[in-house]
Design a protein around this ligand. Structure first.
Ligand SMILES: [Zn+2]
Length: 98
């Protein structure tokens, strides 16, 4: 699907928003490892594995966050053809000229 150019209201970057999966892979991975290691302590290991499972599911089903490709701030990208976007563009171009 065609996506319009956007501008970041935080850093002024023009481009397309980047979709990012919520949470981190390293966190997910650590939870699974921790759960497997803790299986030597049955109640705890199972609890951590259940938590890891929910975390993995959450990452699969949660809507992806749209972040700026430069500063990675969430929900900072606004359409370039909106009045606010135009204003930001003029401001960022003004800064370059100074
Ligand atoms: Zn930005």
């Amino acid at each position: 699907m065609f996506e319009k150019e956007k501008i970041c209201k935080n850093c002024g970057r023009v481009g397309k928003g980047k979709s990012k999966v919520r949470g981190t892979l390293s966190m997910e991975f650590s939870l699974w490892i921790l759960g497997l290691v803790l299986l030597i302590l049955p109640p705890l290991g199972v609890l951590v594995l259940i938590f890891a499972l929910f975390y993995s599911l959450y990452r699969l089903v949660a809507p992806r966050a749209v972040v700026c490709p430069s500063c990675e701030l969430e929900n900072s990208m606004i359409p370039l053809d909106s009045p606010v976007g135009q204003k930001l563009l003029q401001e960022s171009e003004g800064e370059k000229n100074n």
